[in-house]
Design a protein around this ligand. Structure first.
Ligand code: ATP
Ligand code: MG
Length: 372
């Protein structure tokens, strides 16, 4: 086993900077998720770690071994990096049985027949494929095929797994199941894993830590709790969580309120102190609150009109069964609340809305970085 370290890594295609100054350390045995929107450089980063792509600048280490450093002319090819990759479009060999598909990488490496047999059966047992070893891929379900592809990666006992959206061509239900299975498997094997996805739910549920990327730049690295509770900037705040965080412009008043024009919210004293100390009084900030921290006042414990409560118009109610996603409006300001299923709000009516002031966020208008 081994950790992975990227130091000042850049990838430039022609004049396009796909990955910029990436510094990331993945610990031995860790499940790290690379999360970000399409085109942000996730696959490129993974391919550089795998050795399928050479960095333009910087160093990549697998364990203590420097595997890529263009300045020193070092580039260890993929086959000598002891990694296994699982891609989105995993290609199984259609004419081979499940057994032979899993055994294939070992045959290539001229592992003795008896050892191959033992390892294939071990992996099949682990993945629940024992009964299916004699089938051909076309006789399997999507989830079973996915497990065969995983088996083929696991059987080699690599130091590092690299997975690029491996669940994306499964249906929603199977994805949820495979997500849990994959996570459990990674725990059992304890192999350092770097997992690419643009699905924030997948990232939150699977990752020990999440590295959020945007436009080639690493935005934040942290545990799922950290990136959810303490997003470093508006990009991370808006990308993690569903529905996304509400953002509204507000000015910080001298008497300790956030003034939105249409209404005001009273800052908690420690929040106001931070804004005072950093010189934000009298200036505008970006206010952020997650829909789950916006309540129907009937279900809120602390409610003080003019301090944390405001009357809003209900534009749209999306009933999700267990909860209601409610699109609200105060004058020209729109935001979304996630209300409890018991809430009786109706479209076109008005409702008293309470903001959980302990859960609010503020961001600098210019840099978009979190203030608190
Ligand atoms: N060989 C290449 N030549 C030129 N540009 C490339 C090349 N490979 C990738 N890019 C560009 O680099 C950027 C990052 O691509 P990458 O495949 O890493 O994105 P991604 O985060 O994996 O996105 P997705 O979620 O859509 O898979 C994209 O804008 C892509 O067009
Ligand atoms: Mg990709």
């Amino acid at each position: 086993m081994a950790g992975v370290r990227l130091v000042d890594v850049w990838k430039i295609f022609g004049d396009f900077q796909a990955v910029k100054e990436m510094n990331l350390e993945i610990k031995d045995g860790e499940f790290m998720v690379l999360l970000g929107p399409s085109g942000c450089g996730k696959t490129t980063t993974l391919r550089m770690i795998a050795g399928l792509e050479e960095p333009s600048k910087g160093q990549i280490y697998i364990g203590d071994k420097l595997v890529a450093d263009p300045e020193k002319g070092i580039f260890i090819p993929p086959k000598d990096r002891d990694i296994a990759m699982v891609f989105q479009s995993y290609a199984l060999y259609p004419h081979m049985t499940v057994y032979d598909n899993i055994a294939f990488p070992l045959k290539l490496r001229k592992v003795p027949k008896q050892e191959i047999d033992q390892r294939v059966r071990e992996v099949a047992e682990l993945l629940g494929l024992t009964e299916l070893l004699n089938r051909k891929p076309r006789e399997l379900s999507g989830g079973q095929r996915q497990r065969v592809a995983l088996g083929r990666a696991i059987v080699r006992r690599p130091k590092v797994f690299l997975m690029d959206e491996p669940l994306s061509n499964l249906d929603a239900k199977l994805r949820v199941k495979m997500r849990a299975e994959l996570k459990k498997l990674q725990r059992q094997l304890g192999v350092t894993t770097i997992y690419v996805t643009h699905d924030q739910v997948e990232a939150m549920t699977m990752g020990d830590r999440i590295a959020v990327m945007n436009a080639g730049v690493l935005q934040q690295v942290g545990t799922p709790e950290e990136v959810y509770d303490k997003p470093a900037n508006t990009f991370v705040a808006g990308f993690i969580g569903s529905p996304p965080m509400n953002f509204l412009d507000a000015s910080v008043t001298e008497d300790g309120f956030l003034d939105f024009g249409e209404f005001r919210l009273k800052l908690l004293s420690d929040q106001f102190e931070v804004l005072q100390e950093l010189g934000y009084v009298g200036r505008e900030v970006i206010f952020g609150i997650r829909p789950e921290d916006v309540y129907d006042a009937l279900f809120a414990q602390v409610k003080v009109p003019g301090e944390n409560m405001v009357r809003a118009r209900v534009d749209i109610v999306e009933n999700l069964g267990g909860e209601k996603v409610v699109h609200l409006r105060v004058g020209g300001l729109s935001f979304v609340g996630k209300f409890s299923a018991e809430s009786k709000v109706r479209e076109g009516e008005e409702v008293d809305v309470v903001f959980d002031m302990k859960k609010i966020h503020t961001f600098d208008k210019k840099t978009k970085k979190a203030i608190f």
